[in-house]
Design a protein around this ligand. Structure first.
Ligand code: MN
Length: 243
């Protein structure tokens, strides 16, 4: 019995380590086919975006973590908290993996989904409704110079805020202008829309609202409220930001 207990205890340590260390990372599968979001987002864009760009961030993150084993032991969100302190390859590719996991999750061919009552109440309180949220998101996305993201973020103060980050940064990262847990993000890298929309980023931004899955975004909102990373951001920002 004693040996069995030791074996189980050892296994638990190994397993908890395995669970904690997500590395090496693997490409998250989509919940829909590449052609499922057409005509809003075309199949070729989806295939290249997921199988080449997203896969590239996964591969490059794994490669960068080989040289930085301490970072490999951290969960992805914990890693991202370090933000501007991270080696640049881990910051860019770690952000790339996380941001695309979120982005592809919140898209869906199910049309006309709606926010949960709880999320709708927050959207009403913080934006006076969906129309203003959409206007703020699209403005943030349209005015992001070059490559980056527009975000809907739950801040440590419990407020929903729209913000934008360059490159593959996101609001979890130390150094981002608004910090919190993103529950929705719009990719405004040209690889996300150029094949179909070319220079017309605004048309892409209008289209993408048709394929947002508000059931998933609502679930992410509830998860974000319970996310311990939100408390860590609160501790880090308490002196510098009133959120
Ligand atoms: Mn992208």
């Amino acid at each position: 019995m004693k040996y069995i207990s030791i074996l189980i205890a050892s296994l638990a340590i190994v397993l908890s380590h395995e669970v904690n260390a997500q590395a090496p990372y693997v490409l998250k599968k989509l919940n829909y086919e590449y052609n499922a979001l057409a005509p809003y987002i075309d199949a070729q864009t989806m295939e290249i975006h997921h199988s080449k760009h997203h896969q590239g961030y996964v591969n490059n993150l794994n490669e960068a973590l080989k040289e930085n084993k301490d970072f490999a032991a951290l969960k992805l969100e914990e890693l991202l908290l370090l933000g501007e302190k991270l080696p640049v390859a881990i910051r860019n590719n770690g952000g790339g993996v996380y941001n695309h996991n979120l982005f592809f999750d919140i898209l869906s061919p199910k049309l006309n989904t709606e926010p949960s009552k709880s999320l709708q109440a927050s959207i009403d309180a913080d934006f006076k409704g969906m129309k203003e949220l959409k206007a703020q998101m699209n403005k943030a996305a349209a005015s992001r110079f070059g490559s980056g993201w527009a975000w809907l973020v739950l801040t440590p103060g419990g407020k929903l805020v729209v913000t934008s980050t360059p490159n593959q940064d996101n609001p979890i990262m130390l150094g981002s202008e608004v910090r919190g847990i993103p529950i929705m993000g719009i990719d405004v890298w040209e690889h996300a829309y150029y094949l179909k929309y070319q220079n017309k980023r605004g048309e892409y931004l209008d289209s993408i609202w048709s394929v947002l899955d508000w059931n998933v975004i609502s679930a992410k909102f509830e998860e974000a409220k319970q996310n311990p990373v939100l408390k860590k951001i609160a501790q880090e920002t308490i002196k510098s930001k009133p959120f």
